[in-house]
Design a protein around this ligand. Structure first.
Ligand SMILES: C[S@@+](CC[C@H](N)C(=O)[O-])C[C@H]1O[C@@H](n2cnc3c(N)ncnc32)[C@H](O)[C@@H]1O
Length: 202
C-alpha cells in the first residue's frame, strides 16, 4: 500500500502513529469547512450538543465557543480519536466536555438529549445512513437540529478511490435520506470549492 493510501485510510478509523498524524492534520485542515458550516447554525446559549465522529476534538472546541454555558459530547469509533479529543479538551473534560468511544450505529445516549448534533466529514463512513439518521433523530430534542458538514460530494471523487470504505453523498441525496428518516425543514448550503452543509430539524 502506498504511503498516501495508508495515511488517508486512517480517515475512516484513525489507528497508531499514522492515525495520530491524520488526526492532527484533520484538526487543522477541517477548520475552514467546519467554521463555515457552524456559522450557518443559529446557536443559543446553554445548548447540549453532540459531535459524532469527533476525530481529534477540534469541532468540540469550536462548538464550545458558539454557545455560552453549553455542554458538548463527542463520540468516535476510534480509540485514537477519543484519546486525542480528550487531550485537546483536557481543561473542560468531564465538566462541560464528555468524549466516548462508540458507533453512530447505536448512540449511547437517551432519547431527546440534544439541541444539536453535528457530523463533520464522517457520514462517508456510515454504512447504513437510514438507520444512522434514525439514531440521530432519536437523541435529538423536538426542534433540535442535525448538521452534516462535508467537502466530498461527488460519488466519483478521487477520495472515494483513495480512502477504503469511503462513500460520497450529493447533498440532494442526503436531503432525501433525512426526509425519509423523519426530519423536516432541510436546508442545503454549498460553497466553493465543494463545501456542503445540510441542516435538518427534528
Ligand atoms: C475523516 S475523520 C473526521 C474527524 C473530525 N470530524 C474532523 O472533522 O476532523 C472521520 C471520523 O469519523 C469516525 N467514524 C467513522 N465511522 C464512525 C462511526 N460509525 N461512528 C462514530 N465515528 C465514526 C472516524 O473514526 C474518524 O475519527
Amino acid at each position: 500500500m502506498g504511503l498516501m493510501k495508508s495515511l488517508f485510510t486512517n480517515c475512516a478509523c484513525p489507528k497508531g502513529i499514522m492515525g495520530r498524524l491524520m488526526l492532527k492534520f484533520m484538526n487543522a485542515c477541517h477548520a475552514s469547512l467546519t467554521n463555515w458550516g457552524l456559522g450557518l447554525i443559529h446557536f443559543q446559549d446553554g445548548w447540549t450538543m453532540l459531535d459524532i465522529g469527533c476525530g481529534g476534538g477540534a469541532t468540540l472546541r469550536r462548538l464550545l465557543r458558539r454557545s455560552h454555558g453549553c455542554t458538548v459530547y463527542g463520540l468516535d469509533i476510534s480509540e485514537e480519536s477519543v484519546a486525542k479529543a480528550r487531550a485537546l479538551n483536557k481543561s473542560l473534560l468531564n465538566k462541560r466536555v464528555f468524549v466516548n468511544q462508540g458507533s453512530a450505529a447505536e448512540l449511547p445516549y437517551p432519547d431527546g438529549q440534544f439541541d444539536l448534533v453535528t457530523a463533520v466529514e464522517t457520514v462517508y463512513f456510515w454504512p447504513d445512513l437510514p438507520h444512522y439518521f434514525g439514531e440521530v433523530r432519536r437523541v435529538l430534542k423536538k426542534g433540535g437540529r442535525f448538521a452534516i458538514i462535508v467537502e466530498v460530494v461527488d460519488t466519483d471523487s478521487k477520495w472515494v478511490q483513495i480512502v477504503d470504505g469511503m462513500q460520497a453523498f450529493p447533498p440532494e441525496q442526503l436531503k432525501q435520506l433525512l426526509i425519509d428518516a423523519g426530519f423536516s425543514l432541510i436546508e442545503i448550503h454549498q460553497r466553493k470549492p465543494s463545501y456542503a452543509t445540510v441542516i435538518a430539524v427534528k
